[in-house]
Design a protein around this ligand. Sequence first.
Ligand SMILES: Nc1nc2c(ncn2[C@@H]2O[C@H](COP(=O)(O)OP(=O)(O)O)[C@@H](O)[C@H]2O)c(=O)[nH]1
Ligand SMILES: [Mg+2]
Ligand SMILES: [Zn+2]
Length: 307
Amino acid sequence: MIDSLPLRRRGIVRKAAGGVYDVELDGGDVVSATLRGRLKLEQRTGERVVPGDRVEVELRTGGATIEMVEQRHSQLVRRAPGFRVGRAKVLVANVDQMVAVFAAARPEPRLRMLDRFLVLAEANDLPALIVVNKTDLVSADDVRARFAPYHDAGYGLLYTSVPRGVGIEALRERLCGRVSVFTGPSGAGKSSLLNALEPSLQLRTADLSEAVVKGRHTTVTAELLPLRCGGHVADTPGLRELGLWGVPLDELDFCFPEFRPYLGACRFGGSCTHVPEPGCAVKDALSAGALSSDRYESYRLLRAEAG
Ligand SMILES: Nc1nc2c(ncn2[C@@H]2O[C@H](COP(=O)(O)OP(=O)(O)O)[C@@H](O)[C@H]2O)c(=O)[nH]1
Ligand SMILES: [Mg+2]
Ligand SMILES: [Zn+2]
């Protein structure tokens, strides 16, 4: 029971809705808290308290208030659609990694969408892990060949199957003690993977048709789900589908890590867009087979999208 004396405790915001914040205190207890007046004011001027924020909470008999928000070490930001400059919205604070979950089949992996998520991870300075799920539906060689460009680009890859229990422990190891944001299309098996890791979560899983129907209308409210081994997974329903977060156009080439060794060597230097220019080291590497043509095509399309 909470003593009548005010008590200061540290914690992490799991969920924010309608001015009420679910805060997991160090030790595991969860309290509902409101914001101290000064912080409320800051909310209005743009600095919002979001899931993942580390806070100091004052506990009283009357309830709990968030008194202080710690400096963030990272954040996942969504800007206006496309590459236009727009108001940025912080979705989750203190994110340690993005976990992009794609099915090997059913639904077919849309690698353009994966590339989009990876660009967003790079633009937010977040390491990305690619989880290829439903490996029970395909041949191991085919799926590894398909995802080889990501391995070559330096990304970590995990191959999983929920019904066969493959890769679940390896995934758990990658999630423990960290804040991870799950992205990926509906139906890839994100909820199924999380249920396999943490049966007490009891997340709803859906077949493909249901997932498609739900599609558009999901909201972008993040919530941190706790893992018993320590660490959290941000389940961000709308964020799975939304790949269209602004990334400054002049950083786009850096967001393809395998391009980086070539970026200084173009004839037009830092102003090379690696599309029409002659003497482009990126295109030379592409012609020489050192870069994946699919990845380059994603780069070209993302650039073109900017207008
Ligand atoms: N064959 C197979 N089916 C899976 C696997 N993981 C999930 N599923 C099924 O795929 C469907 C979508 O899963 P769900 O977890 O809801 O996907 P989410 O939309 O990404 O959360 C459900 O019918 C799951 O039972 C897997 O590894 N193999
Ligand atoms: Mg789900
Ligand atoms: Zn170039």
